[in-house]
Ligand binder design. Structure first.
Ligand code: CO
Length: 478
């Protein structure tokens, strides 16, 4: 009898980041997370994803929490498990390109406050927009003995996106010094047999570990994982069942059970997973009751596959059309989206390119003439300010929208004039609020939201000070 060579599939748990971002608009507060950290730490996850652009923004904006403080608390709790974050390349966790000194500082502070694995992506798959973040991670890995750079392929469909294209990108990612590659399928477009093909091709072209990230939106995700694991994918992203399925990830327990007794057996304890699920179930019920979690995001949205438009983009489009009292134009806009996408070089549809293409498609339909009006962001995309697209853009559209204007071929930071250090000037703008170095970075990413938070924090602290003075009189604050 030949012994089966074990190749346990590794699992990244997303409940503390993508799962609640996808299902409850990123509103899970730290106080819900902390009591279950001990148990989660015993599972044996490859990583726990817990930080990213939306978690950072929502913490400051809606929850009035310092995201850095959340990260430090999670780091304290997870003694044995690596923590993972999502990083928007040169845009860091924000919406515009930053100078390299800000990227470096952010990476340094992310790692020193507790992040182990940084997943870095670019909305155009322009490798140049990823390099600074990868270099920064590698620099601080040497200094702190921690930190891994994982580069993501923003997965999409289209003429340009052949197996050869993905293989070439994987080779470049390996050359640029990344530790691993992620296939980042934002919309759930990757179907099972295509996933097997893609994983096999990547494995033939790079030695780096491959992680697969998808969403259940179109209903195929757990089958996609099965085929991808059989084809050799090393790591998959899953969410504990109360925060799985719908627009979130496949359920952790289901994937664990699927591979039990096979060469891919995770070895995870289902009883422990059940305890973790039991912990999150009442919170899920609460979210359903309050309407924070809508049943709309829980089913299968097959339109994702029909129109190849991410689920989040569809719901944005519907609300934009509603505002304009033009819901009857829904189908026209859906058909216009692929045309606009072709005109601007067929980019993946992920933040921010999804919003840029979607809004321009609405303009084109509602104005009754294509490109009669263009948004500032669409003009920037044509100018090359987000970087280079995989295919050339439509010259006629360029001539109509930005006639005679210069177009950049540089990476996004240079194209937008963020080619010199800017950290000092950012700090000068906000120094009255600075209580920790990390505050400068919060302000750099979300100036208005961070300022509001700093003022809130100050008010809270002053209240405590006033009360502290009262303690002398024997009155203790509650
Ligand atoms: Co995702």
């Amino acid at each position: 009898m030949t012994e089966v060579v074990k190749k346990p599939v590794k699992i990244t748990e997303t409940v503390l980041r993508d799962a609640h971002q996808s299902l409850i608009a990123t509103r899970m507060p730290t106080e819900i997370m902390l009591p279950i950290v001990d148990k989660m730490d015993k599972v044996g996850y490859n990583t726990v994803e817990c930080w990213g652009g939306a978690t950072f923004d929502a913490s400051l904006r809606f929850l009035k929490e310092d995201p850095w403080d959340r990260l430090r608390k999670l780091r304290d709790g997870f003694k044995n498990t690596k923590l993972q974050m999502l990083f928007r390349g040169q845009n860091i966790l924000g919406y515009r390109p930053y100078a390299d000194d800000v990227v470096y500082k952010f990476v340094e502070k992310s790692i020193s406050n507790g992040i182990d694995v940084i997943r870095i992506f670019d909305c155009l798959n322009d490798i140049r927009n990823l390099q600074a973040a990868v270099d920064a991670t590698n620099k601080f890995k040497v200094q702190e003995g921690r930190g891994e750079a994982q580069v993501a392929l923003s997965y999409t469909l289209g003429d340009a996106y052949t197996l050869e294209y993905w293989a070439n990108m994987a080779k470049k990612i390996e050359e640029m010094g990344a530790d691993s590659i992620c296939i980042k399928d934002m919309a759930g477009l990757l179907v099972p047999y295509k996933a097997a093909e893609l994983v096999k091709t990547l494995k033939e072209n790079t030695k780096l570990p491959i992680q697969l990230h998808t969403h259940y939106t179109s209903g195929v995700a757990s089958m996609t994982y099965l085929k991808a694991v059989e084809a050799g994918v090393d790591i998959i992203d899953t969410a504990i069942s109360p925060f799985a399925l719908g627009t979130s990830q496949p359920a952790t327990e289901v994937m664990v059970e699927t591979f039990k007794g096979t060469e891919f057996d995770t070895g995870f304890d289902q009883n422990l997973l059940a305890e973790i699920a039991d912990y999150f179930t009442p919170y899920r019920e609460e979210c359903l009751k309050s309407g924070l979690m809508s049943t709309k995001v829980l089913g299968v949205n097959i339109k994702t596959l029909l129109y190849q438009v991410p689920g989040g983009m569809l719901s944005n489009m519907v609300s934009q059309l509603k505002e304009q009292h033009a819901e009857d134009k829904y189908r026209d806009v859906l058909e216009e989206i692929p045309r606009v996408r072709k005109d601007c070089g067929e980019p993946p549809l992920v933040t921010p390119s999804s919003q840029i293409v979607g809004t321009q498609a609405i303009f084109n339909v509602l104005m009754g003439e294509r490109y009669k009006m263009a948004t500032g962001e669409f003009k920037d995309l044509l100018r090359g300010n987000y970087g280079q697209t995989v295919k050339p853009m439509n010259q006629e559209v360029i001539d109509k929208v930005i006639p005679g204007e210069p177009r950049s071929t540089a990476r996004s930071a240079e194209a937008t004039g963020h080619d010199k250090p800017e950290l000092e000037s950012i700090e000068a703008e906000m120094k009255q609020y600075k209580q920790q170095e990390e505050d400068v970075l919060s302000y750099a990413l979300f100036p208005q939201v961070a300022t509001d938070f700093f003022k809130y924090r100050q008010a809270q602290q002053e209240k405590v000070d006033v009360s502290a003075a009262d303690t002398k009189n024997g009155a203790y604050p509650v």
